[in-house]
Design a protein around this ligand. Structure first.
Ligand SMILES: [Zn+2]
Length: 312
């Protein structure tokens, strides 16, 4: 059954239903009381006929009042039908405010709510799997994970609180191995900041999950090759292989209360707004104005790769 806007809310219909019920009860009770009063008056007048004559005027008014009150629901229903007939907004609410409709809507509401919860939890599960799969990628770099180590291209300079990456793109997985200290495969300093941010967000009631931390050269190459964008503009949408900061272990992609947000809706919910507003306190930043989910350390030097030289 098609029900208009506000009538789809069973709570609204319940309120209208109660109003209807009260009117119905009053329209029955009030005339009964009036009739009883009339009867009492009649009996009294008959008993004292000599001293007091019948007040027909009073009786007439009470009879008319009783009939009028009794007919109120009929008038209201008639008026609502008329309003519905000329298509005024939500006149159907009155008609639809009955126990059956309310039950149907309540059931629908509970079903939709349950479905939404199921979807949310499977989405979170899916995202955790994505993150896990990325973390479990077949490539295993060994232990070359410390800042400035020969295998890792990312160097963290503590004195200037700056991450330094080369100005040339990596050419293979082995040039940019994943870090093994954490399940995101990212630089430990970056990881620590990210976890502080996420835990503090949690304390504020926001659920932030990481969908991707480290991404290997070969994963990035697959993304590149899998893109349907024309070659000359592809690097605007997908990082040129070997140049993604995910590969250097200094980038992560987030979901804010399950949402990714978008360029158009950068702060698409309260969780996203909180994280964007507070990232700098953790020496983190959202560098890309078209990727509200992509977070990096605040200070990064290097990475001036020039135009993408990858064919497609
Ligand atoms: Zn990213």
């Amino acid at each position: 059954m098609i029900v208009l806007n506000v009538c789809q809310d069973y709570a609204v219909l319940t309120v209208i239903y109660i109003i209807k019920l009260v009117i119905s009860i009053l329209s029955f009770v009030v005339p009964v009381i009036l009739i009883v009063i009339i009867m009492i008056d009649l009996v009294k007048s008959l008993a004292n006929l000599k001293e007091e004559s019948l007040d027909f005027h009073k009786i007439t008014i009470r009879v008319i009042a009783a009939i009028a009150v009794f007919l109120i629901p009929t008038f209201v229903n008639g008026a609502i039908t008329l309003v519905g007939g000329i298509n005024l907004i939500n006149s159907d609410c009155w008609t639809n405010a009955n126990a059956t409709m309310i039950n149907t809507l309540r059931t629908n509401y509970e079903e939709i709510k349950a479905e939404k919860e199921t979807l949310n939890s499977s989405w979170n599960e899916y995202m955790q799997n994505v993150s896990q799969n990325d973390s479990n990628s077949s490539y295993n770099p060994g232990n070359n994970t410390e800042s400035g180590s020969t295998a890792s291209k990312t160097y963290y300079d503590e004195s200037s609180n700056t991450f330094v990456i080369p100005n040339t793109r990596a050419k293979s997985d082995s040039e940019i191995p994943r870090y093994t200290q954490n399940n995101l495969g990212v630089h430990p300093v970056f990881y620590e900041r990210l976890m502080s941010l996420i835990n503090d967000a949690k304390a504020e009631g926001y659920n932030i999950i990481v969908t991707t931390g480290y991404r290997s050269y070969s994963s990035q190459l697959s993304l590149w090759n899998g893109s349907s964008r024309p070659c000359d503009e592809r690097s605007k949408w997908v990082s040129c292989p070997g140049g993604s900061r995910h590969g250097f272990g200094i980038a992560a992609d987030l979901r804010f209360d399950g949402e990714k947000c978008s360029e158009a809706e950068y702060d698409c919910n309260d969780a996203a707004e909180w994280v964007h507003n507070n990232a700098s306190k953790y020496d983190l930043k959202f560098r890309l104005s078209n990727e509200p989910w992509h977070i990096e350390p605040k200070n990064v030097e290097g990475g001036n790769f020039g135009a993408c030289d990858k064919s497609c």
